[in-house]
Design a protein around this ligand. Structure first.
Ligand SMILES: [Zn+2]
Length: 291
């Protein structure tokens, strides 16, 4: 089941596991962002421990090899583009566009379902959550059983899960450049439950315990400066609560960041250095009752 696949000019390690009976073809991606180590480890653990199954499961731990080897958070180092805004890609575009096209045509397009594993990046703490971009992917996102599911229908275009024409989910756990056992286990168990939901693994999926959030509110700095957060990933906050301050290097406050609404801090920039219009945190809002 060990093989390789050529993506963006790199021959990268891949797993392809053919089941004993017919079933869907599932693509499991890691390393769209190269420093989200727990999610990369989860792809490897999932594929090595798959066991007997139906259908075909293809797993690639690191699809953006330059981002991984060069420890490049958020973007592909060659052209500074975010790969997860570039799907379905373009064979005549920038390096990132071509890489996205390779991933899309070889892994996403042939699949009946896509599990794209992520986490907080090198300077990002995170509360585990899954994202879906259309109604047909909702139950797959819930099957990951992470604490939260964010309905991102119609937003965040260019992501794997938005470009795929089949049920597709982005699942996120871990962060800040750490390889965390708890995050690896959450993503591996979540992916196994999702594979049960898809009929690839035997047995009934565990019922979902995820809370569904209707909206993502991303908060940005206006000026560049020194970011001092007043909250942690996972904190519940009320509308108007102070989330942190952007200060200058004399310590004077340039901007106070307040919560746009009641919500939970799903990801948080842990780097004090922030650029103008820099992303500071993402608040999951509009909690809905009942999974
Ligand atoms: Zn990511």
């Amino acid at each position: 089941m060990r093989t390789t696949i050529t993506l963006g000019g790199h021959e990268v390690p891949a797993f392809e596991s053919r089941g004993t009976t017919d079933g869907p073809r599932v693509a499991v991606l890691g390393g769209v962002h190269g420093c989200e180590y727990s999610s990369i480890a989860a792809v490897i653990r999932l594929m090595r421990g798959l066991g007997e199954h139906a259908g075909t499961v293809v797993g690639v731990p690191v699809v953006s090899m330059d981002s991984f080897t060069q420890r490049s958070p958020f973007v592909v180092p060659r052209d500074g583009q975010n790969l997860n805004r570039a799907f379905p890609g373009n064979p005549d575009g920038s390096y990132t566009d071509r890489l996205a096209h390779d991933i899309f045509t070889q892994l996403i397009e042939p699949a009946d379902a896509v599990l794209d594993l992520h986490g907080g990046d090198l300077v990002e703490a995170l509360e585990p959550f899954a994202i879906y971009n259309d109604a047909r992917s909702r139950d797959l996102a819930l099957a990951f059983n992470l604490p939260y599911v964010v309905d991102s229908t119609g937003s965040l275009t260019g992501m794997t899960s938005a470009a795929a024409d089949v049920p597709a989910v982005l699942a996120e756990a871990g962060g800040i450049g750490q390889l965390e056992e708890s995050a690896v286990a959450l993503l591996t168990d979540g992916a196994r439950n999702a594979l049960k939901y898809l009929g690839v693994l035997d047995g009934d999926p565990e019922p979902s315990r995820s809370k569904v959030l209707g909206r993502f509110d991303w908060h940005h700095s206006t000026p560049a400066g020194f970011w001092v957060a007043a909250v942690k990933a996972g904190d519940q906050v009320a509308k108007g609560a102070v989330l942190g301050e952007v200060r200058d290097l004399y310590g004077d406050v340039l901007q106070t960041i307040r919560a746009s609404d009641d919500g939970v801090v799903l990801f948080l920039t842990t780097s004090a250095a922030v650029a103008a219009e820099g992303l500071l945190l993402g608040l999951g809002c509009d909690e809905r009752t009942g999974a």
